[in-house]
Ligand binder design. Structure first.
Ligand code: HSE
Length: 338
């Protein structure tokens, strides 16, 4: 299966590494032989219809910050993602450019172009979905392509398909969750080590957890994106991020955290959907199932008749999110075989 990677940051690089590492298993277990035929970053594109040398691409990106180490026959400086999407033959486009929440660009244009060319799309970029999910789902349907975005919620934790497939037949009355690894990492560090917010954020950025624009993390917008995507996918709503009330963690002080602790509580950044959708820092009991630490995410589905069901797992990180992209690729492979 020929794959074009649009965006080659933490997630794109981790995905390239993962399919290289797991080539044997993918072929043996799923009959899946992914071949990366193109990689585009903000400097240019590397393209090879026979398949790129993935190790060389990763090495070049790490050493030079660009793909130019692949050589002049392969690397086209300044070549735009839209041109490559239109010109390069492939079955799947993986869109992992950074989230942008004003217009959802350039992600929305990449996804639209890919679908119009009849390519299946895997997206880890939350902007297009937070702003235009119903329209993009419709476009995928119209062009008869598969549109998957498991990595947009929960990192490697299969939140979306768990709720959609495993809870079939149950009524989901409400959803609440800790959906931003960076904020949870920061609040955990402030609570357990007395860290300052800015230092904990700098560490999260260094570890590759934070968004390119970290105000999306601490301002609650990343949580809001994930809540919109989950609600639309699982509950069939047509929300956009502009429908939500959003408060982030920037107003949470160490004093607030200590005061909560004295009452046997913790402060967490939580997104809720019941009648209304909102994101805010909330005090919960220390024994509450949503009280997870570090970059863990936790999402609680209040269901009828099964009651409360909580899913917990690593919510941020390159390798973790790459595992979600791989699941999506396997699902696309299966849909071919049907
Ligand atoms: N910045 C995001 C987080 C990455 O911290 O959760 C995963 O979506």
């Amino acid at each position: 299966m020929r794959v074009l990677l649009v965006g080659f940051g933490v997630v794109g690089q981790s995905f390239a590494e993962l399919i290289n590492e797991e080539a044997g298993m993918l072929d043996h277990d799923f009959g899946l032989r992914p071949k990366i035929v193109g990689v585009v970053d903000r400097h240019g594109a590397a393209v090879s219809p026979e398949g790129l040398d993935v190790q060389k691409a990763l090495g070049s990106k790490k050493k030079l910050g660009t793909l130019e180490g692949l050589g002049r026959d392969t690397y086209l400086e300044g070549k735009s993602a839209l041109d490559v999407i239109k010109e390069l033959e492939c079955e799947v486009v993986v869109e992992s450019t950074p989230t942008e929440l004003t217009r959802g660009e350039p992600g929305i244009s990449h996804i639209r172009a890919a679908m119009k060319e009849g390519r299946h799309v895997i997206c880890t970029n939350k902007g297009p979905l937070a702003l235009a999910m119903p329209a993009l789902m419709e476009l995928a349907h119209h062009n008869e392509v598969v549109f998957k975005f498991s990595g947009t919620v929960g990192g490697g934790t299969p939140v979306l398909d768990f709720a959609k497939k495993c809870l079939e037949g149950s009524r989901i009355r409400s959803i609440s969750g800790i959906l931003n690894g960076t904020s949870n990492f920061i609040l955990s560090k402030m609570s357990t080590q007395g860290a300052e917010m800015k230092d904990a954020l700098a560490e999260a950025q260094k570890l590759g957890y934070a968004e390119a624009d970290p105000t999306y993390d601490i301002g609650g917008f990343d949580t809001a994106c994930k809540l919109v995507i989950t609600s639309n996918y699982v509950l069939g709503t047509s929300l956009s991020i502009n429908d939500l009330d959003i408060t982030g963690i920037t107003g949470v002080s160490k004093k607030d955290i200590e005061a909560a602790k004295a009452k046997g509580k913790v402060i967490k950044l939580i997104g809720n959907v019941d009648k209304k959708a909102k994101v805010s820092p909330q005090e919960i009991d220390a024994a509450h199932p949503l009280n997870v630490s570090g970059t863990f995410n936790a999402i609680l589905f209040d269901t009828y008749p099964a009651g409360e069901i909580t899913l917990v797992g690593k919510g941020a990180g390159g390798k973790e999110t790459a595992s979600a992209v791989l699941r999506d690729l396997i699902e696309i492979r299966r849909s071919f075989a049907r």
